[in-house]
Design a protein around this ligand. Structure first.
Ligand SMILES: [Zn+2]
Length: 309
């Protein structure tokens, strides 16, 4: 069984203002890293355009239409202080959704063992009705709902190791007993949510807060003690990963000190769990990661582990 790599050149067309950390060079760095010989066995496919009815699984249609209508002909339109649309943003954002959905289709129908969608903009800060934190549509959340709506998955676990809390994913699934959302993130840090006491209406949300300066030991303990047992107990039919790499020690936006090997370790723990409970089915989507070298090496470690070593 194989690992699918989903990309599209339109990911480079979402521009951000000068000096913004969420920039096209991030995808160039990821793509370069995945050109190495060891990644030759990946099945490479282009991300299709996500559809409005897919976005509507997690966002009100009026919100989606308002985002689509806000794109400028030139320059930028800001939806919040650090979240702006450029002329190419809509195609990139729709294909980021489409890539996550395609990953679910291919994995749920057994055409691939697992999948990684390397697209941008990221999604986990996008709430039901609010774009924020560089995010417009919550691709990981849409992937989870799509698996349930189209492929009959009863339970989907979303594991989010981006260094920022996925407030958007938490918002979307707060009342949804069919989805377990587990996040390990630094606190205090943007966006400010993600305290361990935030557990969802059905005890379906697991938040683990790391402190500035924490590294591999604290991260692995959080995973081993708080995340993995909850995912195992949930017995998901599919695991979705919000794969941000900004907890790396080199990242400029946070102060957690992970190394590439930690992302490979976490990936392997999740592929083991997926093998045990979900027929191996796992779909990972790129979230943050703002130091290009750290992002490239961490993504390579993650995808290498998805491929099985
Ligand atoms: Zn982040």
């Amino acid at each position: 069984m194989t690992t699918l790599l989903i990309t599209h050149p339109s990911g480079l067309l979402h521009l951000t203002p000068a000096g913004h950390p969420e920039r096209p060079d991030r995808l160039r760095a990821v793509e370069r890293a995945l050109e190495a010989e060891r990644f030759a066995p990946l099945i490479r496919v282009e991300a299709p355009l996500g559809r409005l009815d897919e976005i509507a699984l997690c966002h009100p249609e009026a919100y989606a239409r308002a985002v689509l209508a806000a794109a400028p002909r030139e320059g930028f339109v800001h939806l919040d202080a650090d979240t702006a649309l450029s002329p190419g943003t809509i195609e990139a954002a729709l294909r980021a959704v489409g890539g996550a959905v395609l990953g679910v289709d291919e994995v749920m129908t057994g055409k691939a063992r697992n999948a990684f969608s390397a697209m941008r903009p990221p999604g986990h800060h996008a709430e039901r009705e609010r774009a924020m934190g560089f995010c417009f549509f919550n691709s990981a959340a849409i992937a989870a709902r799509h698996a349930r709506a189209t492929h009959g998955a009863e339970r989907v676990a979303i594991v989010d190791w981006d260094v920022h809390h996925g407030n958007g994913t938490q918002d979307i699934f707060w009342n949804d007993a069919g989805v377990l959302y587990a996040s390990v993130h630094e606190m205090p840090l943007y966006p400010g949510t993600g305290a361990p006491a935030e557990r969802g209406a059905h005890d379906n949300i697991v938040n683990v807060a790391l402190s500035s300066g924490d590294g591999s030991d604290a991260f692995r303990e959080a995973f081993d003690v708080a995340v993995l047992p909850r995912v195992a107990a949930f017995q998901p039919d599919l695991i979705v990963v919000s794969a941000g790499f900004d907890a790396h020690w080199r990242d400029p936006l946070a102060d957690i000190n992970l190394r590439e090997a930690d992302f490979a370790w976490a990936t392997q723990k999740l592929t083991d769990l997926a093998d045990r409970h979900a027929g191996g089915r796992l779909v990972s989507v790129l979230e943050g990661g703002y130091d290009l070298e750290a992002l490239a090496k961490s993504t390579a470690a993650h995808v290498g582990a998805l491929m099985g070593g």
